[in-house]
Ligand binder design. Structure first.
Ligand code: ADP
Ligand code: MG
Length: 333
């Protein structure tokens, strides 16, 4: 067959899965034309907001193509991640689904880059074109995707190590990447080469997002519950996981070992912590006078944010050097 017919055939295969509008097909077609992609194969996953396809480069390297759906409805419930996020100040048009979806795809690309820069395990992002994110495929040489943590069969002797690595990764994500995953669970972690790989970071928020601590608490509850069920000998529980991730410390690995060795005390009331209101900044503290009084009476320990508000000053510094602070999103409306 002629080259053109061949390309058409390859971009058509993905189209059969019913999500690809003509414009998305054109994007894939161009990727094939440029030689980035040689063939697009089957669907690895169909989701509410995106489908993921396996693809090959001309050199037979495996790729994952995450193709965001461009229907407006599926992105409605994402508003809570958007409001309060300075990266969405401009160019986020709720009336233009193609633009909206493009912002999410670009955001996922940049969040993945931050993870890579911090040395975390995640699929290496390759490029984003509108609603199509190209990244490294995590899986075997035959193109079978690595299982989600939820479906993986973990060697029992690895569970404790993997639990620690998950908490350390969440901590690095918070301190080095300045991000909270915001949808972290056994569904968004892949088990590949006996390690955990973080995926699905399009909704991840800046650590100073107004709801960052609520998202982090939920993420950590998922991690703790999963590993407790998976047979970890010990988990920190919710409140101490939260302390571990947010606390400043020179040597996180040693801190984690110390915290895991401690007995749980009455103070670690996870049920109460789950309901507690966690202010993200001093502006949000409900009753500062009462709290200052507590601090002066030496009762600062009982303040839920006593170790967390300390991270605030990093904010300004990070924004200045952050590539997200530039023009990329100044979409002409
Ligand atoms: P969503 O949950 O929004 O549909 P995800 O990013 O979680 O999108 O991807 C959906 C599924 O696709 C994942 O659970 C995983 O099975 C698969 N997947 C995603 N990215 C990759 C990748 N880089 N390599 C292999 N499989 C992937
Ligand atoms: Mg997912």
């Amino acid at each position: 067959p002629s080259a053109t017919a061949n390309m058409k055939d390859k971009s058509d295969r993905a189209t059969n899965e019913q999500v690809l509008d003509p414009r998305t097909r054109l994007i894939l077609f161009k990727m094939i034309g440029r030689g980035l992609v040689h063939e697009v194969n089957g669907c690895v996953s169909t989701g509410k907001e995106a489908n993921v396809y396996h693809a090959l480069t001309p050199e037979k390297t495996h790729l994952a193509l995450k193709i965001y759906k461009t229907s407006i409805l599926t992105f409605k419930d994402r508003d809570r991640y958007v409001s309060g996020e300075y990266r969405f100040r401009r160019g986020y048009s709720r009336h233009n689904p193609r633009k909206m979806v493009r912002v999410w795809a670009e955001k996922e690309m940049r969040n993945l880059k931050r993870l890579v820069a911090a040395g975390l395990r995640c699929p290496e992002p390759i490029e984003v074109r509108e609603n199509v994110l190209v990244m490294r495929f995590l899986g075997d040489a035959d193109g079978w995707a690595a299982p989600r943590l939820k479906d993986a069969v973990l060697p029992p002797e690895d569970v404790d190590r993997l639990y620690r690595s998950m908490l350390l990764a969440t901590r690095t994500m918070f301190h080095a990447c300045k991000l909270v995953h915001a949808d972290l669970s056994e569904y968004n972690v892949l088990y590949h080469e006996r390690e955990l790989w973080i995926i699905d970071v399009s909704q991840s928020v800046e650590h100073d997002h107004p709801s960052a601590f609520d998202f982090l608490r939920k993420d950590l509850a998922n991690v703790d519950e999963f590993f407790a069920r998976a047979g970890a000998r010990r988990t920190l529980g919710l409140k101490r996981s939260f302390d571990f991730v947010t606390k400043e410390d020179e040597d996180p690995e040693a801190l984690l070992e110390r915290m895991l060795a401690e007995e749980r005390t009455e103070d670690d009331d996870d049920a109460a912590f789950k309901e507690a209101y966690i202010p993200r900044s001093l502006n949000q503290v409900y009753d500062p006078e009462r709290d200052v009084e507590k601090l002066n009476r030496g009762q600062g320990e009982s303040l839920i944010y006593n170790t967390t508000i300390g991270v605030e000053p990093a904010k300004q510094q990070q924004r200045e050097g952050d590539p997200d602070h530039d023009q990329e999103h100044e979409d002409k409306q």
